[in-house]
Design a protein around this ligand. Structure first.
Ligand SMILES: [Zn+2]
Length: 279
């Protein structure tokens, strides 16, 4: 005789827990699910593991410059399509798609504003727009901003978020921007004016190999991917395994490429001190 009758199982149908889109973000550093409001209050840094999320150009301006002090330069400059480039997507399609997605006209915003009360010229690239890559608009806007800083005898600050390097859609026109931006910075240096480069995740290739790599002081956010070529290509070329953490801020600080790693919360204050000291 069975003491206990056959257990009765019933299927319980649970309502799928409602998680509206746009309220939560999964941390890319520790996989924790974070409430967007918490993340935004924390300058888009994971409160658990300190992972620094990508910031858009406008968010960066709001974070670093004094409220309502920013005056934009060349807001309407747009790219031509000199090669009439056609890949899986045409360059024109790619531009209009990223314009719609980001509200930007190209991958950089430049202008002047106050940093803790000191006037600076400021440019920031946005990695959401064709990976923050440098075509003729990015190069020209950055060059004009540097020239304006030189003319006004002001410090120049450029925040890079450019995983894409020089923009292949514009071929040679993109590569020319590397020399052009660096030439403008050389005149700026000749005038004994400071230039601070801030590297954020990711800053690679033709951007890192031009204006982003030649700051008088090079500051980076923690754990940012910074380099020229991706690790796989390097490993194939030199036929050696790369050390762990290669191309991250901490490794590059240890090896002398960058000068300091600054947490996003302290970035404004640090830049303010640098400008004060170098100015
Ligand atoms: Zn995290």
């Amino acid at each position: 005789m069975a003491l206990f009758g056959k257990p009765k199982y019933t299927i319980v149908r649970l309502k799928k827990k409602e998680m509206p889109d746009g309220l939560w973000t999964k941390c890319e550093g520790c996989s924790e699910t974070l409430f967007n409001k918490t993340l935004e209050d924390n300058l888009k840094v994971c409160p658990k593991c300190n992972y620094h999320f990508v910031l858009g150009a406008n968010e960066r301006i709001n974070m670093l410059l004094d409220k309502d002090s920013f005056v934009e330069y060349d807001a309407d400059m747009v790219s031509a399509d000199p090669l009439e480039f056609k890949g899986p997507k045409t360059y024109k399609d790619k531009l209009s798609q990223d314009r719609a997605a980001t509200g930007l006209k190209d991958a950089v915003i430049s202008g002047e504003g106050l940093l803790n009360g000191t006037k600076v010229v400021f440019a920031v690239t946005d990695s959401r727009f064709i990976m923050g890559s440098m075509g003729s608009v990015v190069g020209e806007k950055i060059t004009r901003a540097i020239e304006s800083a030189t003319k006004q005898k002001l410090p120049m600050i450029i925040v890079s978020g450019s995983g894409g390097g020089a923009r292949m859609y514009e071929g040679m026109y993109s590569l020319m921007q590397m020399a052009k931006t660096c030439a403008a910075l050389a005149y700026h240096r000749d005038a004994e004016l400071p230039y601070i480069s801030v590297l954020t995740n990711p800053t690679m290739a033709g951007v890192m190999a031009s204006f982003a790599g030649i700051g008088d002081v090079i500051v980076a956010e923690p754990r940012a991917l910074i380099g020229f070529t991706g690790p796989r290509v390097i490993e194939q070329t030199i036929r050696q395994k790369l050390p762990p953490g290669f191309q991250r801020s901490e490794f590059l600080l240890d090896h002398g490429l960058i000068d300091m790693i600054v947490h996003r919360k302290e970035l404004k204050e640090t830049l303010g001190k640098l400008v004060e000291y170098l100015g």
